[in-house]
Each structure stands twice: as C-alpha cells, then as structure tokens.
Design a protein. Structure first.
Lengths: 447, 188
C-alpha cells in the first residue's frame, strides 16, 4: 500500500530521527541491578541442572551396572556354567540331577587323606534325598555357608547309607570319580566334568541352586500404590523463577512394560500479586453544607437557622502511583494421568519414559503477607502488574523414571521431569507460558 | 566469576550506548518519562535475554532489532494501560476535526533550527495516546494503516482518522509556537 507523504511527517521524522533522552540514574541503576541478577542466575541454574542430571545419570547407570555385574559374578559359582552335563539342574529347583554333585563329593575314605579346606559356597542350596526318595531333607537356603567337604561327604555318606547300606552304589560312586579329582580341593568341584546320570540315580540326590539371578514370578499385570514428593522449579513466569512443592498419593497399573499412573496430590506455591495503585492523597476534611432551614422566633424576632451538614474528605488533584505486593500461597489439586514405558527391566531396577497430562485445580489461596492499606488515600484505579493465579491449568509432563525394588512389594521411584504449562498460570496475562523442571521421588507398594 | 564481571560490563556498555536513543523512542510512545523509563527497562531486559537469538539469526541491524523490541514493548505497555486511559478517546480534541487541512501552507522543511528536538518531542508526547501511537507507527516505523489496524486491533479508518487528527494538532501547535517566536522577534 502506497503511503501518502506529508510535510509534517517528514519534518518530525527528520528532526527526531536520532533524538536521545538520557535515562535517569535511578532507571539505570534499576536496570543494571536486575540485569546483574539475570546474569548471576543463568550460570548458576545451568550448573545446577547439569549437576543434578549427571548425578541422576550416574546413579541410574551405577545401579544398572551393579546389578548386572553382581548377577554375572554369582553365575561364576554356578556349576551349570562350568559343567555342561549339569546344565539343567541350575535353572530350576524342581530338576534334581544327582550326578553332578555326586562327582563333586569324593569317596570318604579317600577324602580323609586329603588336605582339604573349608570353602565358601555362595547362594547355594543343597538338597539330599535318600535312596527311596521317601524323605527329603532340604538344607536351609544358603546365602553363604562354610562347607567342610570332609564333614559333608562323611555325613552324606552316612546319612544316605552310601557306605553301609548300599556298598554297590558306594563303589559305583567311587568308580565314577576320576582319580585326579580326588587330589583337588573342594573349591574346584564346580569345575569337575559331569558324570553320567545313570550311574547314581538311586543314591544321593543333590541339587545346587545356581547363582543365576532369581526371577520373581511376574504377573501379566500389577497394581501398585504409593506416596510421592516432587519439588519443582518454574521458569518464564511474571515473577521469574519460582519453586513449587508437590506431594500426594498415586496408583500405578502396569501391564508388562507399559504402565499408567494417576492419583491426587497437592501442589503448593507462593505467588506475588503486584499491584500498581493510582491514588490521590488525602488533604483533610470539612463539613459540607447540604441545606439549611430557618425557623422564626416570634419572641425574639429572630430567624433560627438549622444546618444540615455532611462530612467531606478532600483529596489532592494530583494523581500518584504506588506499588504494592501481596504474597499469597496457592494450593492446587493435581491429577496426573501419566503413561509409561520401561525400556530397561531387570530384577531390581527398571528404567523408562513417562509422559502425560496433569490437571491442576486451585483449591485455596491464602494471603501470607499483609494486605495493601490505602489509609485515607482515594484509590483511583488498581492495576494488576502480576495478576492472581489461574483457577485451572493443564500441563504436559515428560520424564525419565528409574524404579528400584527393594523386595517384591516395596520400592522407590526417582523421576526427573520437565513440565510445559499449556496455559498461563495467571488469570490474565500476555506473558508466555511457563515451563518447569523437577524431580519426583515416590515410595510404592505393589499388590 | 571473571566471565560474570565481563558480561555485566558488556551489559552496562550496551545500556550506556543505546539507552538514550531508545529512551527517546519510548518517550515518543509513552508521553511521559516515567512510563518511558519503565518501557526502556522492560525492553532492555528482553534485549539482554534474547541477545543470543539475535546472534544466532541476525535479521537486519542490531539497532533496528532493538528498536523493534522497544516498539513492541511500548505497544504492550500502551495496550495494558489502554482500558483505564482510554487510548482512542476523541473527545478532548473533537474540535480539531473541523480544522481544514490544506497540507501545503507550512514549509516545515525550512524550519530546521527553529524548533528544538526536545520541543518537538514534547509536542508528540502531548498528543493523546491514540493519536500519538498511530503517528509514531506511521511516521517513524513506516507502518501502513493496515499494519497499524492489526497491531492496535482497530479499523483502518480509525487509524487514518487518528493520523489526520495527530497531524492537525501538531500543525496547530507548530504554528502557535512559530507565531509566538515571530511576535517575540518583532517586539525586539
């Protein structure tokens, strides 16, 4: 669209093109103060965020590797890995294969001559079954026991009737053992080659539970409930950075790797309601005459006046501006609906992503600072520089969840998260929408 | 810490270098120095916050970018205060409508030096907010009436009439100042 030229326009444009007005010292000082706060805040926040992220990352990775390698190290004690012939009996309790362990226990008479030393057997259970399989004696599940091979073999032999009751088997046992193994210490037993299963089927049944990590029987679905606490820092608000505290109860429904979480919690935050108040100063008061009446005093020939007055305040005509801050505490009810997917799942730890909406409903707001007192001033207008917070707000939450299970039922969750507010947190504002970061910690119980 | 000091020094230098020019711009929009300084403050904070965005994708000159931010901040400020201040009130200057605008009798180009910049600035500041905003956007920011209508959420005809009235009022004020000066010169 072509613009019409006008001499006044050109005159003013040319005259004021480079016109400068020097800002006042107070304006300069105010700006530099705020700018310096901004400069200070930024690296601090960045450092803080990076530090927190690194700590979390290392915690998650450390836990992950700890559990992974501890599982592998316990596998090293498993006869299953070193003895292919007994591979079957390492995986389940039900499968009892006696041959491997029969190999493991040398003949008592020969053992007596050996210099054997006690060895540690980790996460191992020993089960002995008599020859008729009528009674089963199960040793207590052992996390760590000291086994003296000599004692064990003698006892076993005696208890099982290996030497007295069934000499045939005793001999078959001794025959089945390679001679060179007898000179080896008991700690090397797991490395012995497997014996043939048919050689000892009717004698001692021995089972060693391997050190393979115990896998808890998992249901297809699982429900858990818990308590959570989540500090949060909001950014891009009219008040700058402001903290919020969230806590509540929640329930999670899991199907395999997927989960859905909901609950109810409270979010508590402080808000500064900044007001710009235009007022006129109070100067004083006077009694304004509304009307007057007269009565005639006949005796004294005198008019008796009656005045009708009202009290009137006088205000300055000059308009002044005042700033006031009212600090309030806002309590929101938070209802999340968070969907999850665990991309890493182990016995005691799982790591996954979480994403979903959160609804916040204002429950209460309480003034925790004094209200603005206008005294006797005449208020002309009150403008909200920082308005009150909104009654209803939607956020979208995304986070990385790490779940640590202490036992089948109990566990904790750590979840660093970020939230984006889909609408402003203020009742009316042209400001952009805030976002926040936080970390959620939860204690849960599974059913 | 050294970096922080350096950044603070750079901000200070930036402010000292550009604040006077930008405050002149703000005052044209706001009409009074208090509001202008508020706008300058907010605008400069935005500039500092978004400095990296400009460095990533520079669009035009740095000063033009800063001016754009200041104009937007000033418009937001005016919009926020428009309700209580009645930006587009026509009542106080209704009589100006009746003044004929020939547009040629004042050779303003020849008046350089007669009017000080401060006086001209005051004349613009003295305009009612509606006139002032439209005049500033049209004359100094080269907005079209269509753009002004979009920015101020009014009709194009409103923008045109506001500009017309602003010019008329400025012309009247210029004329009166000029007459006063001529009278003083004759008296001497």
């Amino acid at each position: 669209m072509k613009k019409d030229k006008h001499p006044i326009d050109d005159f003013f444009r040319e005259a004021l093109k480079d016109h400068e007005v020097i800002p006042s010292d107070s304006a300069r000082a105010d700006f530099l103060e705020e700018a310096s706060m901004f400069v200070r805040k930024k690296p601090y926040l960045r450092k803080w965020t990076i530090s927190l992220s690194l700590i979390l990352l290392f915690a998650i990775l450390g836990t992950f590797f700890y559990f992974t390698f501890s599982n592998k190290s316990s596998k090293a004690y498993s006869p299953a890995e070193n003895n292919p012939g007994t591979a079957e009996n390492t995986s389940t309790v039900e499968t009892i294969k006696e041959d491997g362990m029969l190999n493991a226990y040398p003949e008592p008479s020969q053992v007596n001559n050996l210099s054997v030393k006690p060895v540690k057997v980790f996460k191992t259970g020993v089960t002995m079954v008599d020859e008729n399989i009528s009674t089963v004696r199960k040793n207590e599940p052992l996390d760590e026991i000291i086994v003296n091979p000599q004692t064990v073999t003698e006892e076993m032999a005696t208890e099982s009737g290996l030497t007295s009751k069934n000499p045939e088997i005793t001999s078959s046992v001794s025959d089945s053992l390679p001679r060179d193994t007898l000179s080896r210490s008991f700690s090397d037993l797991q490395e012995l080659p497997a014996a043939k299963p048919d050689s000892i089927q009717n004698s001692i049944h021995l089972m060693i539970k391997s050190g393979v990590p115990e896998i808890w029987p998992e249901k297809e679905w699982k429900i858990s409930a818990g308590l959570y606490y989540a500090p949060e820092w909001m950014f891009n608000t009219l008040e700058g950075t402001k903290p919020a505290t969230n806590f509540g109860i929640e329930g999670t429904f899991r199907i395999g790797r997927y989960s859905i979480r909901t609950g109810a919690g409270l979010s508590i935050t402080k808000g500064t309601n900044q007001l710009a108040i235009e007022y006129q100063d109070y100067l004083g008061s006077y009694m304004k005459l509304d009307s007057m009446t007269f009565a005639w005093d006949k005796q004294h020939y005198y008019l008796i006046p009656t005045y009708f007055l009202t009290h009137q305040d006088v205000f300055d005509s000059l308009m002044k501006l005042d700033n006031a801050k009212v600090i309030k505490r806002y309590t929101y009810l938070q209802i999340p609906l968070i969907l999850g997917y665990d991309f890493l799942r182990y016995k005691k730890i799982s790591v996954g992503v979480r994403l979903g909406p959160v609804l916040s409903i204002l429950m209460a707001s309480k003034k925790i600072s004094g209200d603005y007192d206008p005294e006797k001033k005449q208020i002309i207008s009150i403008n909200m520089i920082t308005p009150e917070q909104i009654n209803l707000n939607w956020q979208i939450l995304g986070g990385i969840n790490a779940t640590f299970r202490f036992s089948r039922r109990f566990g904790i969750e750590l979840e660093p998260f970020a939230k984006y507010y889909l609408n402003s947190v203020y009742e009316y504002s042209g400001s952009s929408k805030p976002w926040s970061i936080g970390i959620r910690g939860a204690l849960f119980i599974s059913f | 810490m050294g970096g922080e000091v350096r950044v603070k020094y750079e901000i200070e230098s930036l402010y000292d270098q550009y604040a006077p020019l930008l405050l002149g711009l703000c005052k044209r929009y706001c009409g009074n120095i208090e509001d202008a300084e508020d706008v300058l403050h907010d605008g400069f904070i935005k500039i500092i916050k978004n400095l990296d965005k400009f460095q990533e994708r520079p669009s035009g000159t740095f000063i033009a970018w800063m001016k754009r931010i200041m104009v937007n901040t000033a418009l937001n400020h005016i919009r926020d205060h428009s309700k209580e201040r009645n930006v587009f009130s026509l009542d106080p200057y209704q009589e100006i409508m009746e003044m004929p605008d020939t547009g040629e009798e004042a050779p303003f180009g020849e008046l350089d030096g007669v009017f000080s910049k401060a006086l001209l600035q005051e004349m613009i500041s003295a305009l009612p907010p509606g006139y002032r905003t439209v005049f500033n956007l049209y004359v100094f920011e080269s907005y079209s009436h269509k753009d002004i209508a979009t920015v101020l959420d009014c009709s194009e005809s409103t923008s045109k009439s506001q500009l017309f009235k602003a010019r008329a009022l400025l012309k009247k004020n210029l004329q009166s100042v000029l007459n006063k000066k001529l009278y003083q010169n004759e008296k001497r």
